[in-house]
Structure formats: C-alpha cells, structure tokens
Write a protein that binds this ligand. Structure first.
Ligand SMILES: Cc1cc2nc3c(=O)[nH]c(=O)nc-3n(C[C@H](O)[C@H](O)[C@H](O)COP(=O)(O)OP(=O)(O)OC[C@H]3O[C@@H](n4cnc5c(N)ncnc54)[C@H](O)[C@@H]3O)c2cc1C
Length: 395
C-alpha cells in the first residue's frame, strides 16, 4: 500500500478533471492533425496557475517559488503519471523546465538554477525548458556527442547539431551537452545553457512522429553560438574528474523513472479501455470473459510493480542516494511490459481496438517511444550489467 498525502491526492484529482476536459481532447486533436497544441493554448495558462501541473516537480523546482527547499519528486511523478493517463504527449508538453529540470539539478550552481528556474514563477505566461543530448551520430552512445564547445576569452562558442529534442522549438532555454574535446570521451562533456534568440541557434525541423504527438520533438543547429562564461553549468571546476559525464548520467537517473511513470499512466488507460469493453460487450459468463479478466489482472500486477519501481528510484533520489540501478530497472521492466499490456488490451477489445475513436490504437502508437527515449531496453541492460558486475565501459 502506497501512502499518498492529502495534497498529492488533491493534485491528482485536479489533473483528473483537467484530463477529461483538456488533456485527452487536446491529445486526440494533436494526434489527428499531427501538430502539438500552440504555445498560447489556454490549457497551458491554466497549468501555469496550477502549481501542481508545472513540470517543476520532476527534478528542479526546489530552489524557486513557494516550494523552495521542499522538493517533492514522489508527488510530482504521481501527478505526471495521472497526466499521462489522459495523454502522454500532452503530459510531456506541460509548461516547465521539462527534461531540462533534472539536467539543471545535476549540474547547475544554486545561482544558475535560480536564474533559469525563476522564469516559471511568472504564472501569466507559459514557458518551457528542454535538454539536448542526442545528435545525428550519438543516440544511445552519448559518449559520441560531437557538438563542440570552445573557449574564446570569457565566452564559449558552441557548434553542432542536436536532434529529437523535446519541446526545444518552444523552449526559452535549452541545456545543451557538448564536448570540449571529443577524444576525451565522456570526460570532455560539459553542459551549457542556451537561450532562445541567441544568434546562430536555429530550429531545423519539428518531427512528424508515429505517436505521442501532443508534444513537439525538434532538431536544431548551433552555428557558432556564443554564450557567456557563466552559461557553463556548474562552472569549470565542476567538470574535474569526469563529473560532467556523471552529471549527464544523473540526469537520466531522473528521466528514466519519469518515462516509467508515464508508462504506468498509459498502461492504466489501456487497462481501463479493455475493462470497459469486457464489461459492456463480453458475455456475462464463460471462458472468454474469464480469460480476458485474467489478462487484465496480469496487467494490473505489472502496473503496480512498475509504479513501485519508479517510486523506489525517485525516493532514493529524494534521499540523495544513488539510484542508477533502480532507475534502469524501472525503465527496463516497464517499457516492454506496457507495450505488452497495450497489445493485450487490443486483443481483448478485438475490432473495437483497431478503431481510432477507442484510443487503443493511439496508445499502441504512443507507447513505443517509451522504449526509445532515455535509453532503450538493450542499453538499460548494459547499464545494469556495468553497475552489477563492474563491466568495462566500451561494450
Ligand atoms: C519522441 C522522442 C523524444 C526525444 N526527446 C529527447 C530529448 O528531449 N533530448 C534528447 O537528448 N534526446 C531525446 N530523444 C532521443 C532519444 O534519447 C534517442 O532516440 C535514444 O537515446 C536512442 O538513440 P537512437 O535513436 O539514436 O538509437 P540508436 O542508439 O541508434 O540505437 C538503435 C538500436 O541499437 C541498439 N543499441 C544501441 N547501442 C547498443 C548497445 N551498446 N548494446 C545493444 N544494443 C544497442 C538500441 O537498443 C536500438 O535498438 C528523443 C527521442 C524520441 C524518439
């Protein structure tokens, strides 16, 4: 039994109401038009006013605003699970630092966090942050990033290309991972802040995705973008002794449980659709109904396990303890399980599952990304093997 405090329950209830009224309809519309909602959509302003819905909880908001020094990641992840129940794409498009939050948390100085997180305390305008690691030649193997950072006097110059960066086309700022020397591998990694409108920064393309279309995923170019010296997150001394790579991994240790929380929300949605079909369309008794209920019970068990796994990873982070193993366990278990759960729900629904007014075919398309973002299941296995058996890094 997970004990959930009153405020968290209230927030989940608020999300449920917004889910029915906004999140699901917006997600369906985005899916149909292959276009994420515009930045000035009234829903985003409602989110800004409702503290619980701004994505600050996922790992960054503890230095700013009324919840200062009161980081509640467990609450935040449960709230985001509920948002993903209604639509995972829209959940990822919620205003706030997004995946840039955990990156700031693991690298930036308190002053830097204050500077870039305080923009979210202005509730009159929706704002976004983002995090860019992936490049055309560096996906799973992040050690291969080639975006170059070179020092020029007091400034840094960034040159390269990033792709598949969530919310970057609407972001006020993006945490960009670059290398000061590609031959140094991971120890050459540095995190920089770039801001919208900086000369040389240009969005190249917003992807047309197979699913999760409620948020945009874009590629961009950095053509000799000049940033001030203090836009190097954490400052130069932070990156001594491979700290840069450790910090980028610490980012994933929060974003992997986030993917798992989203997965649980989507798996619950698939379960509920299938259950409704069994209730309404199946014979009242008999083997067919019994078999469907057994499959639904299996889905519920797996969802419960997945939730405990992501909460465990988040709870360790909250206590300041290492959670790399637990974050990978959660994602490695959950991503394929949720896909399996959605397929089971489609089987149970029969032809109703294929029709796109019943959501299941959309969930099927939405769910695949869970296995790709923040490291595929093959990559999670490599991470886990390294942690458990101290495997070398070059496998
Ligand atoms: C919708 C979406 C949103 C995203 N948002 C962001 C974002 O905001 N910021 C960001 O930085 N990135 C983002 N990404 C990128 C994402 O993190 C990468 O797609 C992911 O890391 C996988 O990289 P890749 O697609 O290049 O696949 P590849 O690395 O090319 O992998 C291809 C296949 O090879 C397998 N493989 C790779 N290495 C190994 C290995 N060592 N052992 C066994 N198998 C292996 C993989 O499992 C996979 O099956 C996003 C991606 C998507 C699709």
């Amino acid at each position: 039994m997970i004990e959930i405090d009153l405020r968290t329950r209230e927030l989940i209830e608020e999300v449920r109401e917004l889910g029915q009224k906004y999140i699901r309809p917006i997600g369906l519309e985005a899916d149909r038009t292959v276009t994420p909602p515009p930045v000035d959509h009234e829903f985003y302003l409602i989110c800004m006013r409702q503290d619980g819905l701004v994505q600050r909880q996922i790992g960054a908001g503890d230095e700013v605003g009324p919840t200062a020094l009161d980081w509640k990641p467990v609450r935040g992840f449960l709230v985001l699970e509920e948002a993903a129940y209604w639509d995972r794409g829209v959940a990822l498009s919620l205003p706030g630092p997004g995946l840039g939050g955990p990156a700031l948390r693991s690298t930036a100085t308190p002053e830097q966090r204050q500077k870039w997180l305080s923009i979210f305390t202005d509730h009159s305008v929706a704002r976004w942050g983002a995090m860019a690691m992936t490049e055309p030649g560096a996906g799973s193997d992040v050690a291969r990033i080639a975006t170059r950072a070179r020092k020029d006097g007091d400034e840094w110059i960034l040159t390269g290309q990033k792709m598949f960066c969530s919310n970057s086309a609407r972001a006020d700022w993006i945490v960009v991972w670059a290398t000061v020397d590609a031959s140094l591998g991971r120890s050459g990694h540095r995190a920089f802040m770039i801001e919208r409108g900086m000369p040389g920064f240009e969005i190249l393309k917003v992807e047309h995705k197979m699913g999760s279309r409620g948020y945009e995923t874009a590629s961009f170019v950095l053509d000799d973008v000049r940033v001030p010296g203090d836009y190097l997150l954490g400052g130069e001394s932070f990156y001594e002794s491979k700290k840069g790579f450790k910090a980028s991994m610490a980012t994933f240790n929060m974003t992997r449980p986030l993917h798992t929380a989203h997965g649980v929300g989507m798996g619950r949605a698939a379960h509920d659709f299938a259950l409704e079909i069994v209730r309404n369309d199946y014979p009242a008794q008999g083997r067919r109904r019994q078999r469907a209920l057994e499959r639904l019970a299996r889905i519920r068990r797996g969802l419960h396990t997945s939730r405990l796994m992501y909460l465990n990873a988040v709870w360790l982070a909250k206590k300041g303890q290492s959670n790399a193993l637990e974050a990978s366990y959660a994602k490695m278990y959950c991503a394929p399980f949720i896909l399996e759960a959605v397929i089971a729900a489609l089987d149970i629904a029969g032809e109703a599952g294929i029709r796109n007014d019943r959501m299941l075919e959309k969930l099927y398309r939405d769910v695949k990304i869970l296995d790709i973002g923040e490291g595929t299941q093959q990559v999670q296995r490599v991470v886990v093997a390294r942690q458990l058996f101290d495997f070398p890094r070059d496998i």
